[in-house]
Unconditional design. Structure first.
Length: 373
């Protein structure tokens, strides 16, 4: 079914629910009573025919409390990794026990950024999610912070939830937050207006957000949630931000129709949806104004339009594409190495063979392997 209103999410065939650390953990301990109400709601959704996937934070906070680490385990990368190693066991047990009281089987699934950035591993993760759901389990997904580094990680579970929704072919994503949804400015400011519905995450929508996390526990603020909404909308998935601080948070928000709903803006092919959701480009290509205009009309990136090459990438890697004024135009899979791109920068096709020593390819980034921003 198509999700067009907030209450529709309760009828979705497959729904991803993201739970943050600040909602799940308080002073190093689970908010057991609150979680019990959420588990009851998940069970109700399951009985109603909705297949639920949970994306849950909390491993670092739980592990830090058990190990007695300062700053909630976020004082250093080593502390965070150690806390996550201990906390992942605790988090899995917490979800298993809580969902088990409703006859549901929890399945822990730890992923890294590379698991969803690499196409083959992404398809493997997708197949695993599908099989778990077919078997009747509730996948509980978290980033594997015990091995993630500062450079190679999602960094927040909002964007992870959107990527998991892509991989699972979900119809909707619910991000449980500490506010009702998106406001046109910081909700603490006088005159802040609530935004009920968003049809496309534009630069104007992004400008409404700040990157601040009010809890001090989590790593994602409103900006991360908008980035998640952008990933979801391009894949044809509805995403909503609701207030998760109360007991029975889902039914409370859906019954009151209170939250911000981001409507799907397209239904790209599975490959292009995966490509648009990738988060870690290996390099940057800057193009001139002529190429910028051509890209707006669906063209490929040609060497003649290149003005600058940054990074050290290989053929097939993801690169970001920027215009002459610094505007992000899109991203795609590059047909040359960084060294080759520098060698043919600004050259027309007839000049490229001499530099490369072989016949040039049709494009630096072909339109079939590129998505616009």
């Amino acid at each position: 079914m198509a999700v067009t209103t907030l209450p529709d999410l309760a009828k979705a065939r497959r729904l991803v629910i993201k739970v943050g650390s600040a909602l799940l953990i308080e002073q190093g301990k689970p908010r057991a009573k609150w979680l019990a109400t959420l588990a009851k709601e998940i069970a109700g959704l399951s009985k109603g025919g909705t297949q639920v996937i949970v994306v849950s934070s909390g491993a670092i906070a739980l592990g830090a409390a058990k190990l007695g680490l300062a700053k909630g385990g976020r004082g250093s990368l080593a502390d965070a990794q150690a806390a996550a190693s201990v906390g992942q066991v605790e988090l899995a047990r917490l979800w298993s026990d809580t969902l088990g009281k409703h006859g549901l089987i929890a399945a822990q699934m730890l992923v890294t950024l590379d698991d969803l950035e690499d196409r083959r591993r992404y398809l493997n993760a997708s197949a695993t999610l599908e099989r778990l759901i077919e078997a009747g389990a509730v996948p509980v997904v978290n980033e594997n912070d015990s091995v993630a580094t500062e450079e190679i990680r999602f960094g927040d579970n909002d964007r992870l939830a959107a990527r998991v929704a892509q991989a699972a072919q979900a119809e909707g994503v619910l991000l449980l937050s500490d506010v009702d949804g998106l406001y046109d400015r910081n909700p603490k400011e006088d005159g802040a207006a609530f935004v009920e519905r968003v049809e496309g995450v534009t630069p104007e929508i992004i400008a409404m957000a700040t990157g601040d996390s009010t809890s001090g526990l989590g790593s994602g603020g409103m900006l991360a949630k908008l980035q998640a909404a952008r990933i979801a909308e391009r894949a044809g998935i509805a995403l909503a931000i609701i207030n998760g601080t109360h007991n029975d948070p889902i039914s409370r928000a859906l019954d009151a129709n209170r939250g911000t709903l981001f409507l799907p803006q397209g239904d790209e092919s599975a490959r292009k949806a995966w490509l648009s959701g990738r988060l870690a480009p290996a390099g940057v290509l800057t193009v001139d104004e002529g190429c910028t205009r051509a890209l707006a009309n669906g063209a490929s990136v040609l060497a003649a339009g290149l003005t600058e090459v940054e990074g050290d990438f290989r053929r097939g890697d993801l690169v970001a594409i920027f215009g002459a004024k610094g505007e992000r135009l899109g991203q795609g899979l590059v047909e040359y190495t960084a060294e080759e791109c520098r060698a043919i920068l600004g050259l027309r096709e007839e000049q490229q063979a001499e530099k490369l020593g072989y016949a040039p390819r049709a494009a630096v980034v072909h339109r079939d392997h590129m998505v616009r921003a």
